[in-house]
Design a protein around this ligand. Structure first.
Ligand code: PLP
Length: 305
């Protein structure tokens, strides 16, 4: 137990960079392994219990965006679940860069996952398991996000059925998976989750924002009910620096219906305007100026390293 094991399955070679084809490389518990044969033990607690955490960091022109904030949130998630850090931060940063380089990613995303490790199945924490670390990096075609930013996207709403700690970026994503699938089946980009009081918490994989009827940017306060998005934090900092009026507070679906603008944010999408919610047009039904401006300027203020 405790060692990673390669599990072979058929996976296609992925296209990377400018059309060159090379097999992808994953990082699995101390080793760089061909993506197609990289695997973890069947008793990894991430696999059996969702007992782990993750991060997704944007890669842009070969650099990591907002790495410091992503690593700080990773540490917080680990602390909340009492999982030990798999390695020290400087070593982790080296692996992150090595993986980006080995996969020749210029624009894409880096995925980091840490689980409590491998142990005989038993709910309570194992005594001697070592945390397991997996990382992947892949190129991302930016065109779909650009097209969404230009046209705006549709959002549906669903009850927020997640556990009470979505502020922890844990692997337990089943309600998010179900919500995103419902959105897809409805022809929508995202599902906004609504709490028991009729307030919007966040999207299945994005934070939710409006520019209300008074022109104030509103996004829910980062308490235990939402994930404190790194993009959200950076954009709020930017709004403050630009002197834009904003409030971190809960907003109701009713307020969203009457808003001038709505939008969603995440590391891989930056900000994407929302033009309908449950089929109701928001504002004039076109992407709004605030969402556009935040998107256009995000990379001027985000950390690049
Ligand atoms: N909320 C949820 C539930 C998410 O899964 C994500 C990102 O994956 C976000 C918000 C946005 O966070 P970030 O801006 O750090 O990508």
């Amino acid at each position: 137990m405790g060692r990673s094991r390669a599990v072979a399955y058929n996976a296609p070679l992925e296209s990377v960079g400018s059309g060159a084809r090379l097999s992808r490389i994953a990082y699995v518990n101390g080793r760089y392994a061909p993506f197609a044969s990289a695997g973890v033990h069947i008793e990894d607690r991430g696999y059996q219990f969702g007992d782990g955490v993750y991060e997704v960091c944007e890669i842009r022109e070969g650099a990591l965006i907002d790495e410091t904030r992503h690593l700080a949130r990773l540490q917080r998630s680990l602390d909340e679940l009492r999982i030990a850090a798999p390695m020290r931060t400087p070593a982790l940063k080296l692996v992150m860069r090595e993986l980006v380089a080995r996969n020749r990613v210029r624009d894409g995303l880096l995925y980091i996952q840490v689980t409590r490790g491998v142990a005989r199945r038993d709910h309570a924490f194992p005594k001697a398991a070592k945390p397991a670390l997996v990382m992947t990096a892949r190129s991302l075609d930016r065109r779909p996000a650009e097209a969404n930013a230009t046209s705006g996207v549709k959002v549906i709403t669903l009850p927020d059925e997640r556990w009470a700690r979505p502020d922890i970026k844990s692997l337990q994503l089943l309600p998010n998976v179900m919500a995103k699938q419902a959105a897809r089946e409805a022809g929508a980009f995202e599902a906004w989750l609504i709490d028991a009081h009729g307030f919007v918490t966040e999207g299945a994989s994005t934070n939710a924002w409006i520019v209300n009827a008074q022109g104030v940017i509103v996004t829910r306060q980062a308490d235990n009910a939402i994930l404190r998005g790194v993009t959200r934090t950076t954009l709020l900092e930017m709004a403050e620096a630009q002197g834009l009026a904003f409030e971190e507070r809960a907003f109701s679906l009713e307020e969203a219906f009457g808003a001038r603008e709505a939008f969603v944010t995440s590391a891989t999408n930056v900000s994407i305007p929302v033009v309908t919610i449950d089929g109701r047009m928001i504002g004039d039904g076109k992407p709004g100026p605030v969402a556009k401006e935040l998107r256009a300027r995000f990379h001027e203020v985000a950390e690049v390293s």
